[in-house]
Design a protein around this ligand. Structure first.
Ligand code: TTP
Ligand code: CA
Ligand code: CA
Length: 712
């Protein structure tokens, strides 16, 4: 499909004689300078690292890059370098199968945190210790950041637009830089336009052959010929391809990574182009080659069409190819897919995509998780994992500038899975003081304590901790006052490392966003439910807004399982959507479904008075019980451990939520509690009656998960 045939210098071609004027105007040229998304001269590139994790390991270990290497995670392979791919290896083979096919294969296991560790490390035994270890992607993130920094340093500071699209991909909008170079090379373009009219066409470019060097050039559309003289869009692509070639060379020379790139008029085409010829190649899709290029594709390979939406379109039109979707009229697409989505698809299969390269893509949440096989059974063990999650998240927060107070998360969330039930607890991260690792750990333990207080915490099959609701640091106008921090808390700014949590009554007011985040948490929880077998994944994600430009008329696609699948690493592969992970779409977590009535749900999170002794008295005394020495209640023998955990949790909470401040007032059942109290959660619902000596249940209602069904 590609050829590197250069343009012929063809001033004598009949076509040229007819078309002496450029298709483009002075106005078009000036919009190029501003990177306007509707500029017909626009140039976008996607750079994607080849076999990224595998290259990271090769570089880290100083190995010969021509030797076959795969990155192992437990018994699966998650990245395979190109020399190994030559043996027919892919992500669907196990380590054993891979070694049979390629005996000299180097299998490097990913770095892991070991239970109780405060730092990840590489270990030869990691693959056998799935129960006590958790995968760390830090080494790859570190390389990713280095590469990104290098790319940015290579491009002119005032003309660059760089969007990190995933751990190993960046989009570049090269329009402004290309514009500058065009004016340097072709001073005639400086104008002014004839009659001072910007809608006048530009002069034709010189008819010299364009040197595409080693680029893979996509063949032109049927009605176009290479004999046609180039127009300014071809020149713009050529200049962009030179820039990208230089960037790739710098990445290789300085960091020893190879990458592939696509260069075209928009993000969608650039992304397809990057995957067109790998490894270590760049593919140029000129405007005159777009339809020819796209016709050969299944639309399910197009960005945003890899998942559910793509499946819907396939089902609706009984085809998965671009070529067969082209004849479908716009009206029919709209009728079957809705106006917005229909128009979007109509344009996409014609190569039209006006989404912006968004340099402000920022992390919205960070998550660290582990599935336990076998399940874990005590607060103690769970705390050790929380310690790891916190260390993991904290190191990412540091990278995010939390120490300098550049950005900080507002909430911390814990998801806990026991059998089929997942429970989530959430709390605000106190403002007005620095976020510390110890402080986060205390908050996390407190959330776990709330789960334990609810009862039925063990055995636990999955724990995940996340922080979210990032906002800019408290600076300038957005001062302390705007957070309603009281005097003594304001003073605490000077005692930045105090980890303890102020009691709810004096916490910063949590805005609607607080509750929204909490709802968000619920949705994330259901997202996990929908993951099926991939629930078992270790997870350690930074969620940004990869889908900054979601498909119109659609909820952003639900993120799919990230890299760290455990034993079923392979099963996640089928669910993987290159657009939707690492920087998965965060918005399903961020935006609450407006239909869900905050007011009705709030009482579930209400702070409960610590003693509601009436209810406790109603407990049923089962036969095999023991008397708890602390509360003199009779507890079923088989629940002794859980009951002790309950006291432990309660102590912990008391420790964290006692004076200097007085405890908050109980919320009257009919009253609408403040959202601060709400997020404090049902975990404080001590003293409720659930019988059999268990920690009593929330007087105001069932578990959050059950209640949610009523509105879901
Ligand atoms: P990709 O860019 O999809 O793949 P790749 O870089 O390994 O190979 P290619 O040359 O084809 O681009 O993913 C980037 C990294 O993400 C990859 O090196 C490992 C990780 N990853 C997973 O852990 N699980 C997956 O299912 C996929 C697809 C990638
Ligand atoms: Ca890649
Ligand atoms: Ca990639």
């Amino acid at each position: 499909m590609s050829s590197s045939q250069p343009f012929a210098s063809s001033s004598s071609s009949p076509n040229t004689r007819i078309r002496r004027r450029s298709k483009f105007t002075y106005k078009h040229l000036s919009t190029l300078a501003h990177g306007a998304t509707n500029c017909p001269l626009r140039v976008i590139s996607l750079i994607d690292l080849d076999a990224f994790y595998a290259q990271c390991e090769t570089v880290r270990l100083g190995l010969d890059p021509t030797k076959p290497l795969a990155v192992q995670q437990w018994q699966g392979l998650i990245a395979i370098n190109y020399p190994a791919r030559a043996f027919g290896l892919n992500r669907h083979v196990t380590v054993t199968e891979a070694k049979e096919k390629c005996p000299e294969l180097i299998c490097q296991h990913v770095a892991t945190w070991k239970e109780g560790d405060t730092q990840w490390s590489y270990s030869d035994d990691a693959f056998a210790e799935i129960a006590s270890r958790k995968v760390s992607l830090d080494p790859y993130r570190m390389q990713s950041r280095k590469i990104l920094a290098l790319i940015k340093s290579f491009l002119p500071a005032d003309k660059q637009k760089v969007e990190r699209a995933s751990i190993d991909e960046v989009f570049l909008d090269l329009s402004a830089q290309v514009h500058e170079i065009m004016l340097e090379r072709y001073p005639r373009l400086h104008g002014p336009p004839p009659y001072n009219d910007p809608s006048e066409p530009l002069p034709r470019p010189p008819t010299t052959a364009l040197d595409w060097a080693a680029d893979a050039l996509i063949d032109l559309d049927a009605e176009q010929t290479e004999e046609d003289d180039p127009d300014w869009d071809d020149i713009a692509m050529l200049i962009a391809s030179e820039i990208v070639r230089d960037v790739r060379k710098a990445v290789f020379d300085e960091l020893h990574f190879t990458c592939s790139a696509g260069i075209s008029k928009n993000k969608m085409l650039a992304k397809l182009g990057a995957g067109h010829k790998k490894p270590n190649n760049q593919t140029v899709i000129r405007n005159r080659a777009v339809q020819h290029f796209l016709n050969g594709y299944k639309f399910t390979k197009i960005r945003n069409l890899g998942g559910k939406l793509g499946d819907e379109v396939v089902a609706a039109f009984n085809t998965d190819t671009v070529a067969e979707l082209l004849p479908v009229p716009l009206e029919q697409l709209k009728r079957q897919l809705g106006d917005d989505t229909g128009s979007w698809i109509y344009n996409i299969v014609r190569g039209e995509d006006h989404s912006e390269v968004n340099p402000r893509t920022q992390i919205k949440s960070m998550l660290s998780a582990k599935s336990f096989r076998p399940s874990i059974n005590s607060f103690d063990v769970a705390s050790k994992w929380l310690r790891i999650f916190v260390a993991d998240i904290f190191s990412r927060l540091v990278e995010e500038g939390v120490l300098e107070n550049k950005r900080r998360p507002k909430t911390i969330n814990l998801h806990h899975r026991q059998g089929a039930q997942t429970r989530s607890k959430s709390a605000p991260i106190p403002m007005g003081r620095a976020i510390t690792e110890d402080g986060l750990f205390e908050l996390a333990k407190n959330l776990l304590a709330q789960v334990v207080v609810d009862g039925r915490a063990w055995p636990c099959a999955n724990l995940s901790l996340s922080v979210g609701g990032f906002e800019e640091g408290v600076q300038g106008n957005k001062g302390i006052g705007s957070f309603l921090v009281r005097g003594e808390e304001a003073k605490a700014l000077q005692h930045q490392s105090r980890p303890e949590t102020p009691p709810p009554a004096k916490r910063r007011r949590v805005d609607d966003g607080g509750i929204a985040k909490f709802f968000g948490g619920s949705r994330e929880e259901s997202r996990e439910d929908s993951r099926g077998s991939s629930i078992g994944a270790d997870d350690d994600d930074d969620n940004g807004d990869e889908h900054a430009t979601p498909v119109p008329g659609r909820e952003p696609s639900v993120p799919v399982a990230p890299a760290e699948a455990e034993s079923q690493a392979r099963s996640t592969q089928t669910k993987y959507d290159a657009d939707a992970w690492i920087f998965e779409d965060g918005s399903s977590v961020q935006s609450p479904p407006s239909a869900q009535p905050v007011r009705v749900r709030s009482p579930m999170f209400a702070y409960q008075p610590s003693q509601s002794t009436d209810e406790v008295k109603q407990e049923i005394v089962p036969e095999e019980t023991y008397e708890c020495p602390r509360c003199q209640k009779r507890v079923p023998v088989d629940e002794q451990a859980e009951h002790e955990d309950f006291h432990f949790a309660q102590d912990l909470q008391n420790e964290q939520a006692t004076p200097p401040h007085p405890p908050p007032k109980p919320i009257p059942p009919s009253g609408r509690p403040s959202s601060t109290e709400g997020t404090r959660g049902s975990g404080s619902g001590r003293g409720r009656g659930r019988g059999r000596g268990r920690p009593p249940a929330l007087a105001s209602g069932p578990e959050k998960g059950q209640k949610r069904l009523a509105f879901g």
